[in-house]
Design a protein around this ligand. Structure first.
Ligand SMILES: O=P(O)(O)OC[C@H]1O[C@H](OP(=O)(O)OP(=O)(O)O)[C@H](O)[C@@H]1O
Ligand SMILES: Nc1nc2[nH]cnc2c(=O)[nH]1
Length: 185
């Protein structure tokens, strides 16, 4: 994690552009919860967030899913402290024994290039999942096609580096309840 002091971290937020307010995020979250409940509420899915970015989305979404489900997580990063993606660094891969025969719902904070979600969905299907749906709170609008499209999307965000609602700026500001774009990016 980059070492930055409190003032520098505060100034990242002070100079950023607010893209979606807390109220807009909560409205999007409620809509997603209704869509997921409509589609998966009668099955018994395994919910699989992608840590660490999915922490806020997951923590807010789960209590809105009022039907039986199981919970596990994967933990992978390909951005680290950088603003562009690189190699995958795995802390916890999908667990074979939990997945075979299950309807799986993968949760992530953002679908950017789509590489993270593509790889995890491929692994989940290769482990014998019955089905695999994907939900992302933010979908970054790119000018080219992605290798995967999410089944559930909260908000479309512009092609800038965004943070808040679980998304970090080199480790900081995951704790914001709104979504911002980094100045100059
Ligand atoms: O669509 P992609 O281009 O693959 O990018 C999306 C991924 O990037 C972020 O994770 P990151 O690697 O920053 O790790 P983090 O979850 O710890 O923030 C985010 O949480 C997604 O998992
Ligand atoms: N915080 C953050 N993480 C990302 N991972 C991929 N794209 C982004 C982004 O715009 N912001």
């Amino acid at each position: 994690m980059t070492t930055r002091n409190r003032e520098e971290t505060q100034s990242i937020l002070d100079t950023a552009d607010l893209l979606f307010s807390e109220a807009q995020c909560e409205e999007a979250l409620a809509r997603m919860a209704a869509e997921i409940t409509r589609d998966l509420g009668h099955s018994y899915p395994l919910v699989l967030p992608v840590m660490g970015g999915a922490v806020v989305f997951t923590g807010k979404l789960l209590p809105l899913l009022r039907f039986p489900l199981d919970f596990d997580y994967v933990h992978v990063s390909r951005y680290g402290d950088k603003l562009e993606g690189g190699n995958f660094s795995w802390t916890r891969a999908p667990q074979d024994k939990n997945i075979a025969g299950r309807d799986v719902l993968i949760l992530d904070d953002i679908l950017d290039e789509g590489q993270t979600m593509r790889v995890i969905k491929e692994q989940v299907m290769a482990m014998g999942a019955k089905s695999c749906k994907t939900a992302v709170f933010a979908n970054k609008l790119l000018d080219h096609e992605k290798p995967i499209t999410a089944d559930y999307v909260g908000l479309d965000v512009p092609n800038r580096y965004v943070f808040g609602y679980g998304m970090d700026v080199s480790g900081a500001w995951r704790n914001l309840s709104a979504i911002y774009a980094l100045k100059g990016h």
